[in-house]
Design a protein around this ligand. Sequence first.
Ligand SMILES: [Zn+2]
Length: 408
Amino acid sequence: MTAPATVTGLLGEIADVGRDAKRGGYSRHGFSPVESTLRDWFAEQAARRGLDVSTDRNGNQWAWWGRPGPDAVLTGSHLDSVPGGGAFDGPLGVASALAAVDRLRAGGFSPRRPLALVVFTEEEGGRFGVPCLGSRLMSGSLDADAARRLTDRDGVTLASAVAAAGLDPAHLGEDAEALAGVGCFVELHVEQGRLLDRLPGTPPVAVASSILAHGRWRFTVTGTGNHAGTTEVADRRDPMLPAAAAVLAARRALGGRAEARATVGRLEPTPGGTNVIASSVDFWLDARAPLGSDTRAVVEEITEAARAAAVEEGCALAVRQESFGDTVLFDAGLRDRLAAELGGVPVLPTGAGHDAGILAARVPTAMLFVRNPTGISHAPAEHAEPADCETGAQALATVLESLAGSPS
Ligand SMILES: [Zn+2]
């Protein structure tokens, strides 16, 4: 038998796929040629390990060690990225799953429960705007008709992108059969903050406790397109002003709400000319807080500020929720079992959304985090130390061995 693959070695194999020369880092979006290359890589890695690979009706990839379900132990993550993302968010969980299989095989392990690796599609929502698209569709938390109508920045619908990727868009939607086979899910992920790094001894691995309630809202401010040089102030209906008011309100809304987050990271004026007063501005608000009600309160406060500024400027404002996920509390029994089996590793919350957060509503779910020394994520500088990555893969192997080696 060959030696188990290293996580760093596996990540190195896809290091050149989907690099973004303009933004830095990677732009790997769902149902794109880049994602297709990554899917082929995963399928080849799985086949090399004798795992049976299939793609479900929503485009998620599965690789089975033994017979598929029921009561399977599922692990994996995603291979897509945000625009200009890092190398670890997503791929670390997939590479660690492959490396964990190698480690288990090298130890002579043979699962008593079915064991599967999964790669969820379009987790970041980087192309179609809805995060955790593959897991939301599978679990039925996203309406299939609404999903088919989603469009990317070029106006391509999800339905046509899915068809171009060789899948039937008519089959998108809740996959009760796939879900029924899953006994539990464990997702390993790079930490997207610095909680581990700030703990005494900077432990390399943690178990997740919870995810903030979070959502995305699209704001459209409509004014009057006009000449930047000749239009007097009294005649201006500039949609950029309400947009700016919303950006400032997003920061103000966090005052006194230590654990809330509100971010405008994407703003698109139309037509987008230097010497043109925009006719409209679209921008997207990402808001998060420990409770869903707090998240909605933050959004309401920002919306009110934008609305008041729009009235003052003579503009129209439309706000549409693109996604919302309430607070996730991971399965307490699984959380405590994993933390104990890993020698009492820390148990930490996170503000980042994950497919595990979607599956948690349907099956017992847990997450492992690998230390991120700078806390930077969703950016090219995202990093995890090679030694920590191997420790993470071993931790995953340990919990998979325990879960799949004993009856549920
Ligand atoms: Zn991720």
